[in-house]
Design a protein around this ligand. Structure first.
Ligand code: PEP
Ligand code: MG
Length: 832
């Protein structure tokens, strides 16, 4: 006799390893034989074996039976009936989302218990070196200066020091051709500054000594700048001290005011603060990383560090690092982490990380000088968004073909008064210098609303996004607008500049702007100041009303750039900054896509070009839709440029168009997301198993290294973009149930949105590694795309579990010597 219990499996993820282990544990309490039968798959499994249970391929909704037979069957029956009713449905709650807003460490690092100090990352990458202290310039200790016999002599010495330093910096400028040049020019401007020279002159008369005059002048300007509310200006204080120190060196010699000791080995420099010229003096061959107490994202030293690609953290508690001077530390400019007392495991983590970065750079290098083109040859210009002239250099060296959006409002923010025409002119010329005739679209200031500028005294508003901003404030601040236009026009004589107006919502605004522009051009002609007579004028397409007057706009302007950030919020009536309505802010809303399609079609019909410069342009997963739309240009932050060019090169315009048509026919944004996920999956028919994700005998020594290594490999294979996030999803499962399933096999697995091409990856290990409680030497990792995998995840998982139960399969795959062999075995056995 036997007893049976029939039930429906209600588990959202089916019977995977965790619920299977629950069932196994409960059943093992009885001597009776307990079999699990799945009506749908007709598979029977031993309920006391995890693998066997997984092998039944039970998913949500399946009708199943437990058959219990043996001497204690009655007790087992009662217990299991209660278990299946009450406990089983709850044994696999949905995994909590990982909150990464506070930037937790990746698990593969956190599990190694690294000793860390956190700080703000301002330049990415990781680096290792000896911690080396660079002490700052302390003027308070400089009191003792020899005095010449007369004040006149002191004045003369000071004047000639200023002249010498000017010449010296001019010579340095002529020898450099990158960001350093911009910063040296800024220093030269300080040295030429009339106020600065006047103060020096007053002080030398008053103090009767050149050295004391320099120190007093440094002190005067430093205090002024430090007192500023603007962090940007506060950060300029270091530049003043830098100049003054160099003046002292010129008068009293470098023996008295020595330059920094030459670096002789790889170092991570730590400093309370570092002046730009101190930074430039440091030998970049050995300078691997920078840790600064002071210095924000806009300090010249930080800008320089970025241009040299030196991983940099600011806001560092430098005092706490003093005890580690001379020791090796690892700094991580992505995570904002300084690791000290490095263990072998932490060292190995960063070796893997560095190897990954080198590998990636190598792979993408070929796209640096290539134009953005689809596989069928359609040209799409890949441009950069910048907010500072110095960023132009970085953008072009990151592969930008042009600057699609130069947001100029930052030039007006964080200061006490507006920039002068000359200052703006110099700014645009600076950007043009690195552009080497490539185009730069300067967007006139988008001030107001959510981007306040204190000295303009625009009152706060209840509804800033619908309020007084961008072109709407130009009539009140007419001088400001005219000055900017004039500076742009003057700079246009030196390169390829275009003008773009933000927040245009009506023809009246376009006509008014054109009149203003015409008047300024006329003024320049009269003053005989050269400018580009054919300078193009474009508008941001971010207010929906413009969509319906594109025909008329095309008669008046040369180009359009879609501001998808604002257009989404205005078209869908969702505040882009209000977290309560975030779920409604979705640029994949089919209505929005139809809007974009209408825009591109109309603009092209009337013979003009259109780009996109909002965040949507940088989203890799959306790229096929943007190509399908037929946009002429995509502008984005520069770190996204190379990967976008690489993705573009794989897309086919016609296929993208078909996809877009389907997306526009979807009824919800979620459907569009699914469609995109499926499209990415089907792209280029990437097989689920291929040698690019099979590793034989890797040098991975722990579960952490294996999960990191395998997910990183998916990034290299272009199957996933965020390996750390994918690894988190894998760990989320490992946390509740170790996926070591016996016989030396582990099957870590996840259904995740972070894998673009569902993949079965393999690592065949030379030496076994502890996985939970078991030794493992063969890892098969299933990473299936959340949106397109359906129940594939469970099917593959249970099939694998069934195969692993067979000795022949185990021997065959364990003895396979190459990736090709493993690929073949898995393809045949799993029928993929
Ligand atoms: C946009 O709205 O998409 C845009 C690029 O402009 P901003 O984000 O500066 O408003
Ligand atoms: Mg905008």
């Amino acid at each position: 006799m036997s007893l049976q219990i029939q039930f429906i499996c209600e588990l959202p993820n089916g019977v995977h390893a965790r619920p299977a282990s629950h069932v196994e544990a409960v059943c093992k309490n009885f001597r009776a034989n307990i079999q699990w039968f799945n009506e749908r798959t007709k598979a029977t499994g031993d309920a006391k074996s995890v693998l066997s249970l997984i092998g039944t391929n039970t998913i949500k909704g399946d009708i199943c039976q437990l058959t219990i037979e043996g001497e204690d069957e009655q007790v087992a029956f009662e217990r299991l009936q209660a278990y299946l009713e009450k406990e089983f449905p709850l044994c696999d709650e949905v995994f909590a989302e990982v909150d990464d807003s506070i930037g937790p460490l990746p698990r593969s690092l956190a599990n190694l218990n690294p000793k860390i100090i956190r700080a703000k990352a301002v330049c990415g990458g990781s680096a290792k070196g000896k911690l080396y202290l660079v002490s700052g310039v302390d003027f308070t200790k400089m009191t003792d200066f020899p005095t010449a016999c007369s004040v006149d002599q002191e004045i003369e010495e000071l004047q000639s020091a200023v002249k010498n330093l000017q010449k010296f910096i001019e010579m340095q400028i002529s020898l450099t051709n990158d960001t350093s040049k911009d910063i040296l020019s800024a220093h030269l401007a300080i040295l030429n500054d009339s106020q600065f020279n006047q103060k020096l002159a007053e002080n030398v008369v008053e103090k009767g000594n050149a050295g004391k005059a320099i120190v007093a002048t440094a002190h005067y300007f430093s205090e002024q700048l430090k007192a500023s509310n603007s962090t940007y200006l506060q950060e300029r204080e270091l530049d003043i001290r830098d100049i003054c120190f160099q003046l002292l060196q010129k008068i009293y010699g470098e023996a008295r005011f020595p330059a920094k000791k030459a670096l002789q080995e790889d170092v991570i420099c730590v400093a309370e603060e570092l002046t730009p010229s101190q930074f430039l003096e440091l030998d970049k061959k050995y300078l691997k990383g920078l840790l600064l107490k002071a210095g924000g994202t806009t300090s010249h030293t930080v800008i320089l560090a970025r241009s040299f690609n030196i991983p940099t953290l600011v806001g560092v508690d430098t005092q706490s690092l003093v005890q580690y001077l001379g020791q090796n530390v690892e700094i991580d400019g992505e995570l904002g982490v300084i690791c000290y007392d490095l263990s072998d495991k932490v060292n190995r983590y960063y070796q893997l990380e560095n190897a990954l970065q080198i590998n990636l750079r190598e792979k993408q290098k070929s796209f640096l000088d290539q134009e953005g083109r689809t596989v069928d040859g359609t040209k799409v210009e890949i441009a950069a968004n910048i907010a500072h002239p110095m960023e132009a250099q970085t953008a072009f060296s990151n592969g930008a073909e042009s600057i699609g959006l130069f947001r100029t409002e930052m030039l007006y923010m964080d200061r006490h008064n507006e920039p002068s025409e000359d200052e703006l002119y110099n700014t645009f010329c600076q950007a043009l210098e690195s552009a080497k005739n490539r185009s730069i679209i300067v967007r006139t200031f988008d001030i107001g609303g959510d981007k306040p500028v204190e000295y303009l005294n625009i009152p706060a508003e209840n509804n800033p996004f619908l309020g007084y901003r961008a072109v709407r404030i130009y009539q009140e601040f007419l001088d400001l607008f005219r000055t900017q236009l004039k500076a742009i026009l003057r700079a246009s004589a030196h390169g390829n500049l275009k003008i773009m107006i933000p927040m245009i919502s009506s023809m009246e605004e376009i006509l008014w702007v054109k009149e203003e522009l015409m008047a300024i051009k006329q003024q320049l002609r009269v003053e005989k100041i050269p400018f580009d007579e054919k300078i193009q004028l474009g508008i941001m397409l971010e207010v929906p009303s413009v969509i319906f007057i594109i025909d008329q706009c095309c008669e008046e302007v040369d180009f359009f750039s879609i501001g998808s950030n604002d257009l989404t919020q205005y078209l869908l009536a969702v505040d882009r900054d209000n977290s309560k309505v975030t779920k409604h802010y979705n640029s994949l809303n089919p209505a929005f896509l139809r809007g974009l399609d209408y825009i591109v079609e109309k603009v092209h019909h009337y013979g003009k070009w259109v780009g996109i410069c909002g965040e949507l342009g940088a989203k890799g997963s959306v790229l096929p839709l943007l190509v399908g739309l037929g946009l002429d240009e995509l502008s984005m932050s520069s770190p996204n440029i190379l990967s976008t060019k690489a993705r573009l090169a794989k897309l086919n315009k016609a296929e993208c168009r078909i996809l877009l048509n389907k997306a526009m026919n979807c009824r919800t944004a979620l459907e569009v997301e699914h469609l995109l996920a499926q499209f990415t999956m089907s792209q280029g028919d990437v097989p689920m198993i291929s040698t690019d994700s099979i590793t034989v005998n890797p040098d991975w020594q722990s579960k952490e290294e294996i999960i990191k290594g395998m997910t990183d490999k998916l990034l290299i294979a272009e199957r996933c973009r965020y390996p750390r996030k994918l690894a988190e999803d894998i760990w989320a499962r490992e946390d509740v149930f170790s996926t070591a399933l016996g016989y030396g096999f582990a099957i870590p697995h996840t259904k995740s949105e972070h894998i673009e091409q569902s993949t079965i990856s393999v690592a065949k290990l030379a030496t076994p590694v502890l996985w939970g409680e078991e030794q493992v030497n063969f890892v098969i990792m299933l990473t299936l795309n959340k949106h397109s995998a359906g129940d594939q995840h469970m099917r593959i998982f249970s099939k694998l579990a069934r195969r692993i139960m067979h000795e022949t399969f185990r021997n065959q795959i364990m003895n396979a010597q190459s990736a090709v062999e493993i690929e073949q075995i898995l393809k045949t056995e799993l029928e993929i």
